[in-house]
Design a protein around this ligand. Sequence first.
Ligand SMILES: *[C@@H]1O[C@H](CO)[C@@H](O)[C@H](O)[C@H]1NC(C)=O
Ligand SMILES: *[C@@H]1O[C@H](CO)[C@@H](O)[C@H](O)[C@H]1NC(C)=O
Length: 268
Amino acid sequence: MASLFSWITLFVLFCSVSSELILEEGYTVTTVIDGHKLNINPHSVLARPGSSDLLLLDFSNSHLYTVSFPLSNESEVKRISSEEKLGYRDGKLGLARFNKPRSFAVDGKGNVYVADRGNHVIRKISTSGTVSTIAGGLSKAIGKKDGPAQNATFADDFELAVVAERCILLVVDHGSQSVRLIDLKPEDCTTTSPSAQIFGLGAVTVWTLGLGLSCFLGLFVGILVRPYIIPHTGRLHPHQIQQEREALPDQFGETSSDTLLWHQKRNC
Ligand SMILES: *[C@@H]1O[C@H](CO)[C@@H](O)[C@H](O)[C@H]1NC(C)=O
Ligand SMILES: *[C@@H]1O[C@H](CO)[C@@H](O)[C@H](O)[C@H]1NC(C)=O
């Protein structure tokens, strides 16, 4: 009897769980990078702000690639780190070597931080393409030591995340079951990268400023010119101006903007 009861309970539980399924339609899956064809083992991807390509990290071969946008199976895939496999070398990105990089994160400026798992350090790729070690560089040992970043130690399994608005880098340290925080440099937390300044945010700001300025100029000219137009036509009486302000249809059923347009037409 008891077992029958538990079976019924399980059945009811199963039904209530399966009824939670919501199948939302409208999405499509497309393979854009076939690692078998390219001899790449993709592990993680990252889009930098304002960049024309995607960063791709190959964990097993310790290589970094860029993939050109828009993404398709025809996107250009380029290796940007050294062709050597495992290793540890800072400096120019083209010669840099990593050891089983696990994940990466990007800050507001466009610098990329790499969780170099095999070397137990955190590497930084600057916007100009220089690789440096920002944490763990002195000991390169496995551990869980906090303090000045170069003296700190990390487990051999950790991932990174940047919270750009807070200007921080978070280390999700699986090995020590902890989350650790590194303050980034304030100059790396501005939200415009050099490329974004030209093609993205910067351009938007310039356009907005330009539009705002021209609106202001238009208004200014309008105010200057208005006294000369109204007495000339003698059509806009205070009564009508009041109507305009209230945006009510006038005696001809026209709204205030229609009236204004009509007056402007007559003035032209
Ligand atoms: C690329 O994708 C298109 C459509 O998805 C397909 O027809 C084509 O054969 C693919 N090309 C290659 C080289 O895989
Ligand atoms: C960091 O490590 C270096 C070299 O091992 C040592 O000289 C220095 O005292 C350490 N600093 C701290 C704060 O532990």
